[in-house]
Design a protein around this ligand. Structure first.
Ligand code: PMP
Length: 397
């Protein structure tokens, strides 16, 4: 081998990277031989048997696609346009068909967030992105890798297990016009805490008066209070503000995780800007993934096109939501300190416990959760709730 070749790979300069903590937890859980172990770690929906099932409408749509699909030829950078159009109606209701809106299919919610971040970086590299503490751990790296600066504002108040709205507004005093504020549209990950309708209205006003751009992350529509209910905040913001961004994931509410199904919508001040935004979304998508994977979006489109499949999806999603909210009520009833879990929404909650207690619950009781005390509610069953809450009881005051 020549010296030139040996010297040409600088990868030894790469910094080591931490392993994904939740994946490490899966390995530990699998190796645990206790039969009564409980997995509250990984963030996927589970049914009463601990499975993450393929939804009935998804199975039926896949069977239909198998019959009717005649080609695997390219679709283009925007993906499946009918998918985006039909999904927009679920998200935006009668505000869906605005000419100020540009929407494209993306690989999952992560792809939507990244495409939105790249678009912002192209339009205004000086914009800061404000993230609540805590938030989904991938938010900060997604914006940082796109070259944007991030800042944190207070969000979750551990004492009340609710939103620290005063602290949040206080921190946002440092936000400047053109800055971006990332908001979870519903079912906050990791806390389950939600803004009240009044707080959403106040945030919408704040964005309007201060020139901040709301970037909504809607990854759990239908898993909180209902499809329309979970989109209400998004609709309020999009109705009031000229410019707003929405990153959407179908991976939870259609159970399509590994198929990577999402969409990005950007609302602009007028049609001409919306056209420019769309061109830029497509040119960025071309360099990121050229075009999104088709299968999952084709499944969603097939479901939304067919009245019977759509109704079945809405109904099964309703059962999933009821399962989550039923478990929330059971946990909440066990101890006053756990009662906020009953009013929180979505798949997650943060337990009021220190990392040492998280480790003790794992070692002494085989109860697995993220190091920060985040639990996946769907990992519980009605029968395991008492086991879980009794193990927890000595550690909460
Ligand atoms: N946003 C939030 C808040 C999430 O919790 C997740 C997934 N855990 C995503 C976005 C990304 O979703 P996807 O798997 O579709 O990329």
């Amino acid at each position: 081998m020549s010296d030139v070749l040996e010297a040409s790979l600088p990868f030894d300069l790469l910094a080591p990277q931490p392993a994904d903590a939740l994946l490490g937890l899966i390995t530990l859980y699998r190796a645990d031989s206790r039969l009564d172990k409980i997995d509250l770690g990984v963030g996927v929906f589970r049914d009463d048997d601990g499975q993450t099932p393929i939804m009935r409408a998804v199975k039926a749509a896949e069977a239909a696609l198998f019959e009717v699909q005649t080609t695997k030829s390219y679709l283009g950078a925007e993906g499946d346009a009918l998918y985006t159009e039909l999904l927009a109606e679920i998200v935006f209701g009668d505000q869906a068909s605005s000419e100020r809106m540009s929407g494209v299919q993306t690989p999952g919610g992560t792809g939507a967030l990244r495409l939105g971040a790249e678009l912002l970086a192209r339009a205004n590299p000086d914009a800061k992105v404000w993230l609540g503490s805590p938030t989904w751990p991938n938010h900060a790296p997604i914006f940082a890798e796109a070259g944007l600066k991030t800042r944190n504002h207070r969000f979750y108040d551990h004492a009340s297990a609710g939103v620290d709205f005063t602290g949040m507004l206080d921190d946002l005093r440092d936000a400047r016009a053109g800055d971006v504020i990332l908001l979870h549209g519903c079912c906050h990950n990791p806390t389950g805490a939600s803004f009240s309708p009044d707080q959403w209205a106040a945030l919408s006003n704040l964005c309007e008066t201060r020139g901040l751009i709301p970037f909504i992350d809607l990854a759990y529509q239908g898993l909180g209070d209902g499809l329309a209910e979970d989109a209400l905040a998004t609709r309020t913001i999009f109705a009031q503000l000229p410019s707003a961004i929405l990153a959407y994931s179908c991976d939870k509410n259609f159970g399509l995780y590994r198929e990577r199904v999402g969409a990005l919508w950007v609302q602009s001040g007028n049609r001409a800007i919306a056209d420019r935004v769309r061109m830029n979304m497509l040119s960025l998508a071309r360099s990121l993934w050229s075009m999104p994977p088709d299968h999952g979006a084709a499944v969603v489109r097939t479901i939304l096109e067919d009245a019977a499949l759509r109704a079945d999806w809405v109904s099964e999603l309703g059962s999933m939501r009821e399962r989550l909210n039923g478990l929330r009520r059971l946990v909440a009833a066990a101890h006053p300190r756990l009662s906020p879990i009953g009013v929180q929404r979505g798949m997650f909650a943060m337990l009021p416990i220190a990392p040492a207690v998280v480790a003790a619950l794992r070692e002494d009781h085989g109860i697995y959760m993220a190091g920060n005390g985040r639990i996946n509610i769907a990992g519980l069953r009605a029968e395991t709730v008492p086991i879980f809450t009794q193990a927890l009881m000595p550690h909460i005051d």
